[in-house]
Design a binder for this molecule. Structure first.
Ligand code: UDP
Length: 366
């Protein structure tokens, strides 16, 4: 008899990660997946486009929950997810990463005694002010199957007393996706770059969305000022996250498209990969974008004081800069042009999703 997995996703990066794992789960005859989208991200360019471009099946259930404070959003998700889990009675709930959807899925399942699998387990910034850090820590501690992307993630778990058979070092599913998209992105490169009027290695790609940056006006304004200054030397493409746009608007900060700073709506995944591969430098506060810069061989400046992906810094591909000083941000970006790191493969061999499906198939049928 087949076993049922309910996967809970909701935010953009989870759709990307789930696309790889869902494909591998589908290939296992004894596993049936039911996909729940909480609705945390719902715009077409934050959600729909990823289903189309990455071949992820349409969600079996869409909860339509977004907005509000963390407690409000997570609470509503818990209520809806608990009702759904009681109705469906799955054999396992699978969650991804570190968002409110991750926490709600894991907690709702754990409280009902349903085993939880966490993809991207063990990551730590050691900064408990980040909502993402709290989501990760709690999710890991209520999970039964912890799929760690790196050896450091396994060590982090072990330090917190989480070890043993439930922890598996599988590699990073985002690396699987990056490898699968590289050739497609090459085919689309000329068109995407021409449309945006930029050339390979002669522009900066920037993303800014993390609550730690956007909810701190000094930080957000310093980042925007620095980007405007850099753009007078080298063009910048900034696909702007809706949260960042909303914060800038409420601060009365005009986004001035001058001196080469091009602010566009969030782009689809393929377009994003083209830009990451072609940029001279990627500037970001995103977890996923830091890694993708490395996967595609582009130096990265991360607008944070710390990162969960410390391997990128150790290998010299990623430079951290505190998002407070305009001068330091500008210098870090301009100083990273042409500075490539060392070779290394800290994120596995591109078969993380397959490994996760294999493990789930084994443990769920035993
Ligand atoms: N991304 C995208 N279009 C954009 C910006 C980001 O497709 O306009 C992708 C990016 O390639 C990466 C993921 O979204 O795979 C990262 O998501 P995000 O930065 O929202 O979250 P984080 O990784 O920080 O959790």
């Amino acid at each position: 008899m087949s076993k049922n997995i309910i996967t809970v996703v909701g935010a953009r990066p989870q759709l990307i990660k789930a696309s790889a794992v869902s494909r591998s789960l589908e290939a296992k005859e004894s596993l049936q997946e039911y996909l729940v989208h909480t609705g945390q991200h719902f715009d077409d360019n934050m959600s729909g486009v990823f289903f189309r471009e990455l071949g992820l099946s349409a969600p079996d259930a869409f909860l339509g929950i977004h907005g509000g404070g963390h407690g409000d959003m997570t609470g509503r998700m818990l209520i809806e997810l608990e009702a759904l889990l009681l109705k469906k009675n799955p054999d396992l709930v699978l969650v991804y990463g570190d968002t409110n959807s991750t926490l709600a899925g894991a907690l709702a399942a754990a409280k009902l005694g349903i085993p939880v699998g966490h993809v991207e387990a063990g990551l730590r910034s050691f900064n408990r002010q980040m909502p993402e850090e709290l989501n990760r820590v709690i999710t890991d501690h209520v999970s039964d199957f912890l799929f760690a992307p790196t050896t450091i993630a396994v060590e982090n778990l072990s330090r917190e007393g989480v070890s043993g058979k439930g922890v598996s070092l599988v590699g990073d599913v985002m690396y699987d996706v990056a490898l699968a998209m590289a050739a497609k992105a090459e085919g689309k490169k000329t068109e995407v770059l021409a449309e945006l009027g930029v050339e390979r290695d002669s522009f900066i790609l920037a993303t800014v969305h993390r609550a730690g940056t956007t909810d701190n006006p000094d930080s957000l304004l310093a980042v925007m000022d620095a980007l405007e200054q850099v753009a007078s030397d080298i063009p910048i493409i900034l696909p702007l996250h809706p949260r960042t746009r909303a914060r800038l608007t409420s601060l009365g900060r005009m986004i001035i498209e001058r001196k080469g700073l091009r602010v566009i709506d969030p782009v689809g995944y393929l377009e994003m990969v083209v830009l990451e591969r072609a940029a001279a430098v990627v500037v970001t506060d995103s977890g996923g974008v830091q890694k993708e810069a490395f996967f595609h061989g582009t130096p990265c400046v991360t607008l944070r004081n710390e990162t969960e992906w410390v391997e990128l810094v150790d290998l010299g591909w990623n430079r951290l800069v505190s998002p407070v000083s305009v001068d330091k941000i500008r210098e870090a970006i301009l100083g990273s042009i042409g500075v490539h790191g060392r070779e290394g493969r800290p994120y596995g061999d591109g078969a993380a999703a397959e490994e996760i499906a294999k493990i789930l198939d084994r443990v769920m049928s035993s």
